[in-house]
Write a protein that binds this ligand. Structure first.
Ligand SMILES: NC(=O)c1ccc[n+]([C@@H]2O[C@H](COP(=O)([O-])OP(=O)(O)OC[C@H]3O[C@@H](n4cnc5c(N)ncnc54)[C@H](O)[C@@H]3O)[C@@H](O)[C@H]2O)c1
Length: 263
């Protein structure tokens, strides 16, 4: 199967690192015209020439509008709402209002800021693809990560709702649930969990892996390939789906094992 996105214009939020970066590279290789943004200007410099980059905080509605005003007049075929932050790892009573609001803003509100600008164009074109990055925390509970889980469950609801709202206009909306994705962010998340639970990072990684049926971690390129497929004509009748690419997550944190001293 050959996936080409020649002639397509795509936007991926937070393309400076992780899955956003891998997705930008995959789209670029498939011939698409790629636009991305990141809050970290330096991270964007590692992307190849030909990918158009913007420094933008996706949690700032004004900044998002200014950027999209430059991109949208020439059309857009695919929007990947990838940006998301892990937020704090702590029991709910130890989470500050600022941490709560910031996590909800970057993980959830940002998707609203982008969607409300892009959807009118998609409707006018009578086509468009929206892909939202969710998380296992958007389909399961995740102790000590309440703002992140609340935001990601909301993104699941937004995805299902927009698929229904926009399907009649030939606009497809899907969500992706990445599993334990290798990379710097996962290293940070594991470290935070290890400190919160006073166990070693190695044990946390083991717990994360055995929370999945396939006992695995996955690579960002696997997510990028799924996004490419969904954006292409091969995915033309896939909408309203919350697609796990995670070796089947059974639980996000099998804490019973650690609490009972079994690991
Ligand atoms: N890494 C995982 O294991 C994992 C698992 C499930 C879901 N997810 C979700 O997948 C998506 C991508 O995650 P990732 O791990 O590749 O990301 P990441 O943590 O590697 O970050 C990618 C980029 O986001 C940028 N960024 C952070 N805040 C920003 C902001 N306010 N505006 C613009 N850019 C900002 C960072 O500078 C960074 O370059 C997120 O929505 C995340 O919640 C990740």
């Amino acid at each position: 199967m050959n996936i080409t996105l020649e002639g397509k214009r795509v936007f991926v939020s937070a393309g400076g690192a992780g899955m956003g970066r891998s997705t930008c590279l995959a789209f670029h290789q498939a011939g698409a015209e790629v636009f991305t943004c990141d809050i970290n200007q330096e991270a964007l410099t590692s992307l190849p020439q030909g990918i158009e980059t913007f420094t933008c905080d996706v949690g700032d509605a004004e900044e998002v509008k200014k950027m999209m005003d430059e991109i949208l007049p020439d059309g857009l075929d695919v929007l990947v709402n990838n940006a998301g932050i892990a937020g704090p790892t702590a029991p709910i009573e130890n989470i500050s209002l600022e941490e709560w609001n910031h996590t909800i803003n970057v993980c959830l509100n940002s998707q609203f800021y982008f969607n409300r600008l892009v959807v009118p164009l998609f409707k006018k074109q009578r086509h468009g693809v929206l892909i939202n990055l969710i998380s296992g925390a958007g389909i399961l509970g995740f102790p000590n990560r309440s703002p992140y889980a609340a935001a990601k469950w909301a993104v699941t609801g937004l995805t299902k709702t927009l698929a229904m709202e926009l399907g009649p206009q030939n606009i497809r909306v899907n969500g992706i649930v990445p599993g334990n994705v290798n990379g710097e962010r996962m290293d940070r998340v594991v470290q935070a969990h290890a400190e919160a639970d006073k166990i070693s990072p190695e044990v946390v990684r083991k717990l994360y892996a055995i929370g999945t049926s396939m006992q695995c971690f996955i690579e960002p390129e696997e997510i990028a390939n799924m996004i490419l497929f969904l954006s292409s004509d091969h995915g033309r009748h896939i909408s309203g789906q919350i697609i796990g690419l995670d070796g089947h997550t059974e639980t996000l944190y099998p804490r019973m094992l650690s609490e009972q001293g079994m690991v």
